[in-house]
Design a protein around this ligand. Structure first.
Ligand code: ADP
Ligand code: MG
Length: 263
């Protein structure tokens, strides 16, 4: 699935003039292989503080791998990734701090199944941020309220709908006061009627100035919330543009082809 032919001629990404936000994430010359597969091929991009970047692209184009590399859930073969001017830590305490600073929300929610929703949200702040239980619970309840599930706090994840679980996962990320949230297809596993309740939370975060990188197939969200679209294909960033530019006047045949299939 999504096979990249090694040695495919390199395309130069079509770029647009960026705004002058201070960069929070800087990705430079990043390459990664899985065996023969060149899954990240000379990736260069930046995410500004408070910027909302939506990553689009066909299945297998490397979107998840890029997100996972930014959170150092994957190693890279070459290049550099810095967050707030700091290179990604290799291990130990630095890595735990990175994971706290860079929230990650997955398609599959990834909540701890045997802990209540409240415990899921308080665990990180208590263990990693050293918060008192009382303070962590107060904060967690405020966040659960904000994502609309305060009344589910004492339940186990399995007792919640998918949309509620995903909102709990977002609250869990927010509880760490992350500098950045990565969301990898956060609505792809949800029944259609639950997608909007999660997108609404994401739009709220975007409006409040949270720095976000979201991989999604929800084009309505991309148009409405993204400051910038990063379009990937075959491990490369092929096009970067504002949503307006990308959806109305894509510059590359890959992007045109992608949009013709999805819209
Ligand atoms: P996307 O998120 O855009 O669908 P991914 O980043 O998940 O793409 O995957 C990019 C390519 O890398 C795909 O061809 C996928 O099969 C391959 N891939 C992903 N993870 C691994 C892995 N752990 N080992 C080998 N190949 C992988
Ligand atoms: Mg993916």
């Amino acid at each position: 699935p999504g096979a990249t032919t090694p040695g495919t001629a390199k395309t130069t990404a079509v770029r647009v003039v960026r705004d002058d936000r201070e960069p929070l994430v800087v990705v430079e010359g990043v390459n990664k292989h899985y065996g023969e597969l060149h899954v990240l091929n000379d990736i260069n991009t930046q995410v500004g503080r408070g910027e909302v970047v939506v990553v689009l692209g066909p299945s297998g184009s490397g979107k998840s791998t890029l997100c996972r590399a930014i959170n150092r859930l994957e190693t890279i073969d070459s290049g550099t990734i810095t967050i707030d001017g700091q290179p990604l830590p290799e291990e130990g305490k630095g890595l735990a701090k990175l994971r706290a600073d860079v929230g990650m929300v997955f398609q599959s929610f990834n909540l701890f199944a045997h802990k209540t929703i409240l415990e899921n949200v308080t665990l990180g702040p208590i263990k990693v941020r050293g918060m008192s239980r009382k303070a962590a619970e107060e904060k967690a309840m405020a966040l659960l309220d904000r994502v609309g599930i305060a009344n589910q706090a004492k339940k186990l994840p399995s007792q919640l709908s998918g949309g509620q679980q995903q909102r709990a996962a977002i609250a869990r990320s927010l509880a760490m006061d992350p500098k950045l949230i990565l969301l990898d297809e956060p609505t792809s596993a949800l029944d259609p009627e639950m997608i909007n309740e999660v997108l609404d939370v994401m739009i709220g975060l975007a409006n409040e100035g949270m720095t976000m990188v979201a991989v999604t197939h929800e084009m309505g969200f991309a148009r409405r919330a993204a400051d910038r679209i990063v379009f990937m294909a075959d491990g490369q960033i092929v096009e970067e543009a504002t949503p307006e530019q990308f959806f109305t006047d894509p510059q590359t045949s890959r992007a045109k082809d992608f949009l013709s299939k999805i819209l």
